[in-house]
Ligand binder design. Structure first.
Ligand code: NDP
Length: 315
């Protein structure tokens, strides 16, 4: 029997290549995507064999859609062996916030709240698995961490005391800390929440369930479509900068391979870990468990994030 992995946002970039790498390792991949024809085309283009994947609809920017996805998944599959929370949007040029159907700011909804709900619901499916080795992996990024070179460029992430979440996160509120809308910061804040979510899942559920919870920074995958909403000139220069100056550049194939390793290789069976291959990529560089940012390793913040997010998603 094949193991089943759900990957969100598998229609491009890191998620697409992670789907390919896991299919090659013998997994059955459920590509959870918002644009089904695009996902189908992408899977064919990178050559994922047609008997090793299924595409299912999810819009992480809508909590109803996340719930519907879980229903659809359960109608087709008995259990789940791994969940990869990968989908994200980055909209640096927005002047005004976009909103989810619930009225929440859209990038934090897509990147964090949608995944927070999905993780909580799919714990049941992971628990039902026949396998002892079940993993839940959430994509992190160096920009969550101002202590590292790649995270020093302003604006810095700052969750404050979650004043925006506590006040309901609807208009006129658009930021987790309740301050003025800043789309780049919203992305970084959402990624801090991703790491906090992983650490809280670990603290709450690793012991009773045996599930492995982890995150990774796959490297700077500077030519994925994540940057499609940036200035065209940025999209040209950023990959060159990362390749030739910072040395942080990683291909989409290699980033996908790294996700697959964290999902399935025995070396990565360590719950609560945040994996990195460093900021400067060396040939055959080895991974290590990296310390996360002060905000992301703050257990009190983790608990507050958990309670307020649970309230916003209605669980
Ligand atoms: P891409 O933009 O290439 O891929 C993002 C994926 O998320 C796409 O499949 C996209 O779907 C999907 N997505 C976006 N919004 C939604 C939604 N509402 N519902 C469902 N799916 C959605 O980005 P990357 O591959 O670069 O990024 C993937 C992950 O890796 C992110 O979590 C990012 O933070 C992380 N990361 C990326 C780095 C980089 O340098 N690129 C570095 C470190 C981490 P669609 O195709 O329909 O747009």
């Amino acid at each position: 029997q094949k193991s089943t992995v759900v990957i969100t946002g598998a229609s491009s970039g890191v998620g697409l290549y992670a789907a390919k790498a896991l299919a090659q390792r013998g997994w059955h991949v459920v590509m959870a995507c918002r644009d089904l024809p695009k996902a189908e085309k992408a899977a064919k283009e990178v050559g994922i064999s047609s008997d090793s994947y299924t595409i299912m609809h999810i819009d992480l920017g809508s909590l109803d859609s996340v719930r519907q996805f879980v229903k659809d998944f359960r109608a087709r599959y008995k259990s789940l062996e791994a969940l990869v929370c990968n989908a994200a949007i980055y909209m640096p040029l927005l002047k005004e916030p976009l909103r989810s159907p619930e009225g929440y700011e859209l990038s934090v909804t897509t990147n964090h709240l949608g995944h927070f709900l999905l993780c909580n619901l799919m714990m049941e499916d992971l628990r039902k698995s026949y396998s002892v080795d079940r993993r839940l992996v959430i994509l992190g990024t160096v920009t969550h961490n101002p202590d590292e070179l790649g995270g020093k460029i302003p604006p810095r992430p700052d969750l404050g005391n979650f004043e925006g979440f506590a006040a309901g996160f609807k208009e006129p509120i658009s930021m987790i800390d309740g301050k003025k809308f800043e789309p780049v910061k919203a992305y970084k804040d959402s990624k801090v929440c991703n790491v906090l979510t992983m650490r809280e899942l670990h603290r709450r559920y690793h012991q009773p369930t045996g599930i492995i919870f982890s995150s990774l920074y796959p490297g700077c995958v500077a030519d994925t479509p994540l940057f499609r909403n940036h200035y065209p000139l940025f999209q040209k220069i950023f990959p060159l900068f990362q390749k030739n100056i910072t040395g942080g550049y990683v291909s989409q194939e290699l980033a996908g391979e790294r996700v697959a390793m964290v999902v399935s290789d025995p070396e990565y069976k360590q719950s609560g870990a945040y994996w990195s291959w460093g900021n400067r990529q060396k040939k055959d560089g080895k991974s290590f468990v990296q310390k996360v940012s002060p905000q992301a390793r703050d257990d009190e913040k983790g608990e507050r994030m958990w309670d307020l997010s649970a309230n916003l998603v209605g669980i």
